[in-house]
Structure formats: structure tokens, C-alpha cells
Design a protein around this ligand. Structure first.
Ligand SMILES: *[C@@H]1O[C@H](CO)[C@@H](O)[C@H](O)[C@H]1NC(C)=O
Ligand SMILES: CC(=O)N[C@H]1CO[C@H](CO)[C@@H](O)[C@@H]1O
Length: 731
């Protein structure tokens, strides 16, 4: 036992600059109050104006409330740091086993080569290999995926020693070899091996892609493994029995790499699928994995990653263990959530995919309040917590004993284990309710995290400088908006269900944490206020109805202050967390667009569902893009290109503001007396801002000629609609 027995394994630091924050928060709050006073004291007489006034006032009240809610994740963010050297000094001999779940669902949208790259990165963690168990769940039930994994199991015997010997990073062969194209010259041995491994990888990749094109496995390859027999017997994507194959058995001391070192366990699983059975998407796959792994390796810690989220840091397992194994504070930690980054983000991030403020500001804020939500991927779990166990105080874990007990519990045959992944296994059980991931919600991960926290656990957000996991971001506007639609729909459903954090969490988790959840749960609720704010003031402008204070009146000051303070603070936050000015402008635009489309559709979907019209469906975001689209993505040109009602909304609003603005300008030039500039100034500025933010839409409609421009049918429809609305307002 060393001197540092009682030094903690991780450290928590609070953010600085709190005085400035409070100054901002309090003054903005006062500004908002003054705006309310103005709205009440200047309540208009005239009928039409009164309705518009009430609408604007409601929108402003909503914004104020939502702004207050979002302060819950701002006032005291915390940042975590780990001490891996202390971990290995104290616990190297008793490090727990780790079960790693990789989920894939479609071999076309999620190409096998990408999936095995991810698998190889998690096999190559800097961790005792016999303690790593990697499970690939293939909901696509694809023979090609199985073949690819078989190839990966062979390749790992070369790749793992290569990584170990030369400290290769990142440990995804695809990324590693594509980012370092040239042969390293300074080290002859390295250069030689580098070239050999690269060639082997290249050949493997070509073999897999060849088979992918062919669509089936040639007979001579089928002899390589008995697993292929399942497909010979007629397994198809929607109808097959459980396929469970151990490709590398790490418990077997004969499973060795080319240097005679042990290998991690590698398992392929396609849970049973039958038509007419509800499969519950990824949550169903995860629950099957939890059960199956409990009979094979039964490790106390589970990591789950999406198949596109490769590990960019071979130390991530050790980092996570610093939290779970900390003597003081580790016992009540249920999961350690890493942020989801993408390696496809361009400099100014046109589609705001980085979600910079959420990742860098809000999740650390939620961490301080009791723990971040579980966001579905890149998350280390304590098996017990995920399976449904309550947190018990004073439950110290003896990691050495823990490992032994678990190994005993897990002894079953493969045939017995397969039953656990059957379609009917969950009938009349608590799986999907109290055990495992919850079912029935498009964001089942959030709901699961919430219920884990409500069972007395906390969670931790860990965002190391070198990213833990990197995925693929959507590369077109529509993909991004559709992805966000699913999220916002799921969130609002949670809010409206019995799982609403304010009710479900009442008395179980801190109030601040309940409110933190509401920031996201109420995303969709923003759409009405925003729609009102970008449509009604310009129409009122045409009708000469003024909704804001005159420029010369002192009441304009609170508006100006709240506006400037809020946006400067937001810009400050963005730049502080490493963004660019243009990135901020793009991010603001994306939030506006999400509110106008994704959130609206989210609400609409929720209403339909509550009336019983539509069933839950789950769209997988494609991880492949056309060359054309990719090129524009890299040049940060906004991609429209397809016909979608979402674009109709965006284009109509952009045109409406443009037409109003032009009309007013024309009137001011031709006949200045008819317009009261002083009273309408704020509305004119508002329309001007909407135009500034919509620049890419105007370009897409009128100036671009490439394939990603706005489809002309949408331009015409929106033009007609916007003109009609203006005429209606004028006469
Ligand atoms: C990924 O890892 C490499 C080193 O292996 C590092 O240079 C790079 O910055 C990491 N990427 C991110 C986004 O952190
Ligand atoms: C879908 C897509 O555009 N993927 C790209 C992500 O970024 C990598 C490397 O930057 C590209 O190779 C992929 O084509």
C-alpha cells in the first residue's frame, strides 16, 4: 500500500467567472420584468392590435420562462479530471472486466467496414485484453456484417500488437491509415511493419467491399465458419432465430495474437426476429445484450457505443474507471457519459452538429446538478444500475471479490444463453420497464438515464481534451433537421408522460436536475413562440400595427438591453468554448430552423400519436453521403436539394420577411409621410435580422445553380404563399 492510498482518483473543478455570470443573469431578469411592465401598461384598445399584442406578450413570457429554465444548467458548471496513474498503482491487479456493446442496425446505411473499424478501436484499448469483451449486436441480421466481423477477428491478431508496440493513435485502422498517408521514414522497423499492416488492412477492406457488392457469401468462404450456416438455413433480416457466435473466446488461453498475447473476447449477436413481434429498436438490442453478456462475461462495467462512434482515445476505459473505482465518491456513480463528437465537423459547422453549447456548457452544468442525461452512446455504465438495481448507501465494492463472483454467475452454455435473446423472452417481465433500457420513446436513452438517477444514482460527465469517441455527423440540412425532430419529439413526450422529470423525479432527484431535464424536454414547446415572432410582427408592419415601443421612448431600453446582453453572452459562451464567429452565426441559424421545423413537427407527431394515428418508428441517419453532397458540406454550402415541407416553411418565412422589408423600404422612399418610422423601427429591425440569418436560403433560391440549391417548386410555392400573406395583411 502506497502513500497515496487516500488520494482521490478524480478531481472536480468549478467554472470561474461566476460574478460576471450573476451580473448578466440578474440584469437580464430585471430587463425581462420591465418588458412585462411595458406590455401590461401599454395594453392596446384596438381589437386587432390587442390580439397581436397578447400573442407577442405570450411569446415573450414563454421566452422568459425558457430562459430561466436554461439558467439551471449555467450557473455552476463543473469539469472533471482523472488520475490514471493512481488507478493503476492501486488497482492494476484487480481491474474489473468490461463488456463493450456495439450496436448496428443496417449494413447499407452503416457500412460493415465502418463498423469493424469501431470494433477494432474498442478491442485495442490500453487495458488487459482478457478483461475486455466486445459484443456486436447486428439488428440488420446481415451475413455480410458477420463476415466482416470474422475478418476483423483475424485482423485484430495483427492490429492489436501493432498498436501496442508503436503506441498507435487513434486505434481505428481506417482513420489511422487515411490520416497518415506517407510511410514514416525515421524508423525502419516501424516503416516496414506499418506498410505490411496497411496492406493487410487494405486487402481486408477490399474483400469486405467486394462481398458487400455481391450481396452474399461465396460458397468457399462459407466453409470458414460454422456461423454462416444460419443464413444457409434461410435467416433474413426480419425473420431469423437468435444467432450468437463467439468469434474469439478470450477465456480460452489459446486465443492469442501474433505475439502470443491474449486477445479480447469478440462476439456476434443477432437477436431473434419474428414478424409481428415488437423489437423496440436499439433499446431492445441493448437489453438483449445485457442479458446475453451476463451469461458469458458478466462484467460489472458496460460500455455502449454506436457503430459509427469509434474510440479516439485508448485510455478511455481507465478514465472511466477512475470514477467508478474512486473510494470516496465512486459508489453512487451509475454511468459516465462522454460527449458525442463527430470527426466530420467543418470549421464553422454549418449545421450546428457539434451542439457546442450543450456539450461545453450545459452538460457540465447538469453534471453539477446531479449528473448529465444518458445520451445513448459513448457511455460507461455500472451493470447493476442499468439492470434496474436501486442505489444502496454504504455499498462498498471489493473489486477483487466482485470479479470472482461474477465469473461464477456467468457459467452457462451457448444454447442456454441464446434463449435470452429470443423474441418472447421479455413477455410478462420487467425488461423495458424497470429493468434495462426503457421502451416506447424515441429518446429511450434519456428516459433510461432519468430513471437510473431516480433510483438514487448519480452520473458524471467526462469531456477530456482528446475526445473519447468520434462519430459521423449528418451532412445535409434535412438530415440534421430530421434527426432533431426525433429528439425533440421524444423529449416532449417524456415531458407530457408520467415520466415528466418534475413529477417522476419529485423527491428523488434534486430540483435543479429536474429543471435541467426540462431544458431539453421543452425544446419542442419553443416552436409556437418562435413562429409567432417571425410571422406576426412583419405582417403587422404592413398593416401599420406597432407591437413594440417607439425608438424614442425609454421603454425600448429594456428590449435593447435584453437583446444585446443575451446575444453577447451567447456569443461569449460560444467563443470561449472554442467556436468561431461564423460558427456562432451558423449555430443561431440552425436553432432558429430547428424551432421552426423540427420542433413543430415534433409537436405535430406527438399530437398524432396521442390521438392514436401513428406508431413509433425509428429512422437511422445515413452514415454515407454522395460525393457531390460531401463536397458542398466541406465547402460549408447549405444543402437543400430535396423537396421537403420543412423547406417550404423556411422559405416562406424568409420570403415573407424579405417582401415586408422591401415594401416598407419602398414606401419610405416614395412616400415618407405615410410611415411612422419611430414606431415601426423595432419591427423593421426584427425583419432585418430574420433576413440576415436567412442569407443561405435566399442564395439557395435565387443565386445558386448547383444541385444543392432550393428546388424551384419550393421557391415558387413559397413565393406564392408569402405574397398571398402580404396581400392579405395589406388589404
Ligand atoms: C483524436 O486522436 C488524435 C491522436 O490520436 C488527436 O491528435 C486528435 O486531436 C483527436 N481528435 C479529437 C477530435 O480530439
Ligand atoms: C458522410 C461523410 O461525409 N463522411 C466523411 C466524414 O469525414 C471523413 C474524414 O474527414 C470522410 O472520409 C467521410 O467521407
Amino acid at each position: 500500500m502506497g502513500r497515496d492510498d487516500y488520494l482521490p482518483l478524480f478531481e472536480t473543478r468549478s467554472a470561474k467567472g461566476r460574478l460576471l455570470y450573476w451580473l448578466y443573469a440578474v440584469t437580464v431578469f430585471l430587463g425581462v420584468l420591465s418588458i412585462c411592465v411595458y406590455r401590461v401598461r401599454h395594453f392596446p384598445e384596438q381589437e386587432l392590435k390587442r390580439w397581436a399584442w397578447i400573442g407577442v406578450f405570450m411569446a415573450e413570457l414563454w421566452y422568459a420562462l425558457y430562459w430561466l429554465i436554461t439558467q439551471s444548467v449555467r450557473y455552476s458548471p463543473v469539469y472533471r479530471y482523472t488520475f490514471k496513474d493512481r488507478l493503476s498503482r492501486r488497482y492494476e491487479e484487480v481491474l474489473p472486466g468490461i463488456d463493450i456493446f456495439v450496436c448496428t442496425a443496417d449494413p447499407v446505411l452503416e457500412p460493415p467496414v465502418m463498423v469493424i473499424n469501431t470494433v477494432l478501436t474498442v478491442m485495442a484499448y490500453n487495458y488487459p485484453p482478457e478483461k475486455l469483451n466486445v459484443y456486436l449486436s447486428d439488428d440488420g441480421g446481415s451475413e455480410v456484417m458477420f463476415y466482416a466481423l470474422l475478418e476483423a477477428s483475424q485482423f485484430s491478431k495483427i492490429w492489436l500488437p501493432f498498436c501496442r508496440k508503436f503506441k498507435v493513435e487513434p486505434r481505428s485502422p481506417g482513420i489511422y491509415f487515411s490520416s497518415a498517408d506517407e510511410i514514416p521514414v525515421d524508423d525502419v522497423i516501424f516503416a516496414k511493419e506499418w506498410q505490411t499492416v496497411k496492406n493487410l488492412f487494405q486487402e481486408m477492406k477490399e474483400r469486405i467491399n467486394e462481398i458487400m457488392k455481391l450481396g452474399r457469401i461465396p460458397d468457399e468462404l462459407q466453409k470458414q465458419h460454422k456461423g454462416f450456416r444460419e443464413w444457409e438455413l434461410g435467416a433474413s433480416k426480419r425473420d431469423h432465430q437468435t444467432i450468437l457466435e463467439i468469434l474469439i473466446d478470450g477465456r480460452d488461453s489459446k486465443a492469442m495474437d501474433v505475439e502470443g498475447k491474449r486477445l479480447p473476447t469478440l462476439i456476434y449477436m443477432a437477436r431473434e426476429k419474428k414478424p409481428h413481434y415488437q423489437h423496440n429498436f436499439k433499446a431492445g438490442a441493448m437489453n438483449a445484450l445485457i442479458r446475453v453478456s451476463s451469461r458469458i462475461s458478466n462484467s460489472p462495467i458496460i460500455l455502449n457505443v454506436d457503430c459509427d462512434q469509434y474510440s479516439n482515445n485508448s485510455e478511455s476505459v481507465r478514465d472511466a474507471l477512475c470514477f467508478f473505482m474512486d473510494e470516496e465518491m465512486g459508489d453512487n456513480i451509475a454511468y459516465v457519459q462522454y460527449p458525442q463528437y463527430s470527426n466530420n465537423i467543418t470549421k464553422n459547422d454549418v449545421y450546428g452538429n457539434y451542439l457546442r453549447i450543450i456539450v461545453e456548457v450545459e452538460l457540465p452544468g447538469a453534471d453539477a446538478n446531479g449528473g448529465p442525461p444518458y445520451i445513448g452512446s459513448g457511455c460507461f455504465h455500472r451493470r447493476d444500475a442499468l439492470s434496474g438495481k436501486k442505489h444502496e448507501k454504504e455499498s462498498k465494492i471489493d473489486w477483487k471479490k466482485e470479479n470472482e463472483i461474477r465469473v461464477k454467475e456467468s457459467a452457462s452454455t451457448l444454447e442456454e444463453t441464446k434463449i435470452l435473446a429470443g423474441c418472447s423472452y421479455e413477455e410478462n417481465s420487467q425488461w423495458g420497464k424497470e429493468m434495462g433500457l426503457k421502451y416506447g420513446c424515441p429518446v429511450e436513452d434519456i428516459l433510461t438515464g432519468l430513471s437510473v438517477q431516480c433510483r438514487g444514482w448519480r452520473s458524471v460527465f467526462f469531456n477530456p481534451e482528446r475526445r473519447g469517441f468520434l462519430g459521423v455527423a449528418p451532412t445535409s440540412l434535412l438530415q440534421s433537421l430530421v434527426q432533431h425532430t426525433r429528439w425533440s419529439e421524444g423529449h416532449i413526450q417524456i415531458f407530457l408522460s408520467k415520466y415528466c422529470p418534475l413529477l417522476y423525479g419529485h423527491g428523488k432527484i434534486p430540483l435543479q436536475l429536474q429543471i435541467s431535464y426540462c431544458c431539453y424536454n421543452l425544446w419542442a414547446a419553443n416552436c409556437l413562440a418562435t413562429l409567432f415572432y417571425v410571422i406576426v410582427p412583419p405582417l403587422c408592419l404592413l398593416k401599420a400595427i406597432t407591437l413594440f415601443p417607439q425608438l424614442s421612448s425609454p421603454w425600448v431600453l429594456p428590449y435593447a438591453y435584453v437583446f444585446l446582453a443575451k446575444y453577447s453572452y451567447s456569443l461569449g459562451e460560444f467563443l470561449w468554448s472554442g467556436g468561431t464567429l461564423k460558427g456562432w452565426y451558423n449555430d443561431q441559424r440552425m436553432w432558429l430552423y430547428k424551432r421552426l421545423t423540427s420542433h413543430l413537427y415534433g409537436i405535430y407527431g406527438t399530437i398524432l400519436r396521442s390521438l392514436g394515428f401513428s406508431k413509433l418508428s425509428f429512422q437511422i441517419t445515413s452514415k454515407v453521403a454522395d460525393d457531390d453532397v460531401s463536397l458542398r458540406y466541406e465547402q460549408e454550402i447549405m444543402e437543400f436539394g430535396t423537396v421537403s415541407s420543412m423547406f417550404n416553411i423556411l422559405a416562406t418565412i424568409a420570403l415573407l420577411n424579405l417582401l415586408t422589408f422591401l415594401w416598407i423600404m419602398a414606401r419610405l422612399i416614395i412616400n415618407p409621410q405615410t410611415t411612422d418610422l419611430d414606431s415601426s423601427a423595432v419591427q423593421i429591425i426584427l425583419s432585418g435580422l430574420v433576413m440576415v440569418i436567412n442569407r443561405p436560403v435566399y442564395e439557395g433560391m435565387f443565386f445558386r445553380t448547383d444541385k444543392g440549391r432550393m428546388p424551384s417548386s419550393i421557391t415558387y410555392q413559397s413565393l406564392i404563399l408569402a405574397t398571398f400573406a402580404c396581400l392579405l395583411a395589406l388589404y
